[in-house]
Design a protein around this ligand. Structure first.
Ligand SMILES: [Zn+2]
Ligand SMILES: [Zn+2]
Length: 277
């Protein structure tokens, strides 16, 4: 199984790119993609720096050459909604992701960071209405392909990150995704993206880091992806080599349960688009 969603020491990952390459070769992975977080001036903690991006690109290209007889290495980027799109076409592939609801408030930061920060943002920008924040989240996600021309949609419903554990603790969701406004915003985003040549991730990152019980996206979204035959790809959103394919067995069960259109390489979809054009 391949994985295109990996973070190294160039952003907020724990391992070097070469450690990922060796781990991937070790398990016989045919294709390994790197997807550092695109530069965000407000988020030096987890995004590439300007100089870091240069170094990142150089490092991955050197590794590609060094290990070309053992593994197919792809140079990608996890393009945040708020990052500049300049130079994006230099990457082999792009994962398009929304992490925050505005691009310039470091306290609000990303919706998946901590509950306290999320609640601050909700209070500050949405009058305490968590579901209004979720609606805004999905409005941004609906524009991700237009803005980034991404190959892959990253963690489509990241806004649900705190739901599984909060539900377990309190019996209620942290953000009520059954609220009709949220259901509608999610549906609109799905319909918009369904018209684009994109692949959705079945992303096990939240589960691997002990924050969720179910990979992104939810069962409801998976049912939509199935119904519309939208391609999906497994991704572990790895921040360390031991998570390279973590959670893929469970994710495969969902692929089978929902009869999803699984692809192993984003190029499958690119090629199909070229053929049909
Ligand atoms: Zn992400
Ligand atoms: Zn990621």
């Amino acid at each position: 199984m391949n994985n295109f969603h990996t973070h190294t020491v160039f952003c907020d990952g724990k391992n070097t790119p070469e450690e990922y390459v060796l781990a991937a070769i070790d398990i016989g992975m045919p294709i390994l993609g790197f997807s550092a977080h695109s530069h965000l001036p407000t988020e030096p903690e987890w995004s590439l720096s300007v100089e870091g991006e240069e170094e990142y690109r150089k490092t991955i290209l050197e590794l590609r050459e060094k290990y070309k007889n053992q593994i197919d290495i792809r140079l990608g980027i996890e393009q945040d909604f708020w990052s500049s799109t300049e130079g994006l076409s230099d990457y082999d592939f792009v994962i398009g992701s929304v992490h925050s609801l505005n691009g310039d408030d470091t306290t609000w930061s990303s919706v998946d960071y901590k509950k306290e920060n999320f609640l601050y943002g909700v209070e500050h920008y949405f009058g305490g209405d968590r579901e209004a924040a979720a609606v805004r989240y999905f409005e941004l996600v609906s524009q991700v392909y237009d803005k980034t021309k991404c190959d892959i949609i990253g963690h489509f419903d990241l806004i649900t990150i705190f739901n599984d554990m909060t539900l377990e603790e309190t019996g209620e969701m942290f953000v009520n995704t059954d609220d009709p406004r949220v259901v509608e915003a999610e549906r609109k985003a799905l319909e918009k993206l369904a018209a684009a040549p994109v692949i959705f991730e079945i992303n096990t990152g939240g589960v691997n880091r002990g924050r969720m019980k179910h990979p992104y996206p939810s069962d409801r979204v998976m049912a939509f992806l199935s119904e519309h035959k939208i391609p999906v790809i497994l991704s572990s959103d790895a921040h360390e080599t031991r998570h390279l394919t973590a959670g893929f067995d469970e994710a495969m069960k969902l692929v089978e349960k929902f009869d999803l259109n699984l692809v192993y390489d984003y190029k499958t979809v690119e090629n199909r688009q070229e053929v049909s054009e």
